[in-house]
Design a protein around this ligand. Structure first.
Ligand code: GUN
Ligand code: FE
Length: 449
C-alpha cells in the first residue's frame, strides 16, 4: 500500500489501473483501490483490493462508497498533447498538399489572421477544447494567434471546460507573405506582457501562460532576446518550432549566420530552458540534441504533421539516447487529427518504418509510446511532479476506458491503446479530480459551442 493522509473527502475507485513509471513503460495494477482527495483533486492513496480494511480505517471511507470499474474497464492517465494550434482547428483535415513554408503562407497565416474576431475565436476555441477533452487530452499546450484578447479567450474557455492548459499568444515580427498578420517587436513584447499579466490576474487554477515565438523565421533576433528575457524574469514556459523542414533549416542558417546551429539561435536568446518545449526537431544533429539535454529543454514529436506536410522523420530512439525529454503532439492542423490516440499510432508506425529501413534500429514498443503520450508529455512540460501517472500526491488526471470486449488486462490495454481504441472508448475524463467528460449541462457553462 502506498498512502499519504488526505485533507478532504475521498472518492474511491476499485478496478484496473494502467500507467507508466520512469522504470516501467507499462505497469498494470489489477484490483487496485485509488482514493482521490476531492477537495484538492489529488491522489490520496493507491492500494490493493486486499488492503481494503486498512484503507477504510486509515482514510475513513465506507466500502459502500467505492465506485467499481466494470470488467471491461480500466483507468489510464490523461493524455498530454505537447503541441497543438487551437485556431488551426478551423481548417484541420484540409490543405495538406504543400510543404511547410508554402502551407503557412497559403492556409495558416490567412486563417489565423481572422482571429481578431472574437466571435470566430469563441466558436473555434470552444470546439477545439471540447473535442480534445472528449479525445482524452487532459493537458494541452496550445499556440493561439498574435491576438491577445482572443488568446485570453482561449484561456477562459480552457478554464470553463476544466482542461489543463498551457496557452501562448503567438509572437511574430517578421512576415513578408502577409504583413497584416505580423506585429512590430515592441507590440509583440508589450502584448506578451499584457497577456501574461491579464492571464495571471484571472487566477485560473489550471491554465498557465507560455512565451511563444512562432519560430526563428518569424522573429527578429531582437524579439527573440526580449522574449527570452520575459520568460526568465517570470519563470515561464516557452514553446516554439525547430528543425521541422529542410527549407526552413536552410533559411534559418541564412538569417542567423552568427549562430552555430538552429538550436543555438534559440540558446543564445535564452530560449532553451527546462521549461521549453520545441516541436518537431527532425533535422537536429547529435550536438544539438546534447544542447537540449544540457539545458533541460524538451521536444514534442508530431508524426502526423511530419508525414502530412512531408516535413521529415524524427528518430525517437536517438532523441531518447541523448536523454532529451520527449512528449507527443498532434500539431493540429499540420497534423489533421486532434486525437492523441492517432498521434500514438503514427509514432508507432513511423518507428516501425525506420525499423524496416535499418535492421539495427529498435522500433518503439506500444508500451513506450503509451509512456510518451502520458508521463513523457508531463516531463516535456516540466509538470511530472504534478501529473503523468497515478503516483500518490499527483493530481488525478485520468481516463476511464471501456473496451467493451471480454478480456484480461493486457489485452484490454492492447485493444484500446492505441491500436483500435477511439474516443468512444473513453467514457469519463477527469482533470484534477473533477469529471469534465461527459460535459455537465452546457447551460451551466459560460461559454457554449
Ligand atoms: N512552423 C511555424 N509555424 C508553424 C505552424 O503553424 N505549424 C507547423 N507545423 N510548423 C510551423
Ligand atoms: Fe506546430
Amino acid at each position: 500500500m502506498c498512502a499519504s493522509r488526505a485533507g478532504g473527502l475521498e472518492r474511491v475507485f476499485r478496478g484496473t489501473f494502467i500507467h507508466s513509471t520512469p522504470d516501467a513503460a507499462l505497469q498494470i495494477l489489477e484490483d487496485a483501490l485509488l482514493g482521490v482527495d476531492s477537495v484538492v483533486g489529488k491522489i490520496a492513496f493507491v492500494g490493493k483490493g486486499t488492503e481494503l480494511d486498512a484503507l477504510t480505517q486509515d482514510f475513513g471511507f465506507s466500502p459502500a462508497e467505492i465506485l467499481h470499474l466494470g470488467p471491461h474497464e480500466f483507468f489510464m492517465p490523461g493524455l498530454v498533447d505537447t503541441h497543438i494550434h487551437a485556431p488551426q482547428y478551423s481548417y484541420a483535415g484540409t490543405g495538406l498538399d504543400m510543404p511547410l513554408l508554402e502551407w503557412l503562407k497559403t492556409y495558416t497565416f490567412p486563417a489565423e489572421s481572422c482571429f481578431h474576431d472574437l466571435d470566430l475565436a469563441r466558436r473555434v476555441y470552444t470546439q477545439v477544447v471540447r473535442r480534445t477533452l472528449k479525445n482524452g487530452t487532459t493537458t494541452a499546450c496550445y499556440f493561439a494567434t498574435i491576438h491577445t484578447d482572443a488568446s485570453l479567450l482561449l484561456c477562459q474557455i480552457t478554464d470553463v471546460f476544466g482542461q489543463r492548459g498551457l496557452v501562448g499568444k503567438v509572437c511574430m515580427d517578421r512576415n513578408d507573405s502577409l504583413p497584416r498578420y505580423s506585429e512590430t517587436s515592441q507590440e509583440s513584447q508589450a502584448e506578451t506582457c499584457r497577456f501574461i499579466e491579464e492571464l495571471l490576474n484571472k487566477q485560473y487554477p489550471l491554465v498557465k501562460p507560455v512565451v511563444t515565438p512562432r519560430f526563428a523565421l518569424s522573429c527578429t533576433g531582437a524579439l527573440l532576446g526580449q522574449l527570452g528575457a520575459i520568460a526568465k524574469k517570470n519563470n515561464l514556459h516557452i514553446q516554439s518550432h525547430i528543425s521541422e523542414n529542410p527549407e526552413e533549416v536552410k533559411l534559418v542558417k541564412e538569417l542567423f549566420p552568427e549562430a552555430e546551429s538552429y538550436t543555438d539561435v534559440y540558446h543564445r536568446h535564452n530560449l532553451l530552458t527546462d521549461k521549453t518545449v520545441m516541436a518537431h526537431g527532425c533535422y537536429l544533429t547529435d550536438q544539438e540534441l546534447d544542447l537540449f539535454h544540457e539545458t533541460g529543454a524538451a521536444l514534442s514529436h508530431c508524426p502526423n504533421s511530419n508525414i502530412s506536410l512531408r516535413s521529415g522523420v524524427l528518430n525517437v530512439r536517438n532523441v531518447l539516447r541523448h536523454k532529451v525529454k520527449l512528449g507527443l503532439g498532434t500539431d493540429v492542423a499540420g497534423g489533421y487529427s486532434s486525437s492523441m490516440l492517432d498521434t500514438m499510432r503514427r509514432t508507432l508506425d513511423v518507428s516501425k518504418i525506420l525499423g524496416t529501413l535499418d535492421p539495427d534500429y529498435h522500433s518503439l514498443t506500444m508500451e513506450e509510446v503509451f509512456r510518451l503520450a502520458t508521463l513523457g508529455g508531463s516531463q516535456a512540460l516540466s509538470m511530472d511532479q504534478q501529473i503523468g501517472n497515478f503516483e500518490v500526491g499527483k493530481d488525478f488526471d485520468a481516463l476511464r476506458v471501456n473496451v467493451k470486449v471480454p478480456d484480461g488486462p493486457v489485452d484490454l490495454f492492447q485493444r484500446d491503446q492505441p491500436k483500435v481504441g477511439d474516443d468512444w472508448n473513453i467514457v469519463e475524463v477527469f482533470v484534477a479530480g473533477r469529471k469534465v467528460v461527459p460535459f455537465s449541462d452546457p447551460s451551466n457553462l459560460a461559454v457554449q459551442s
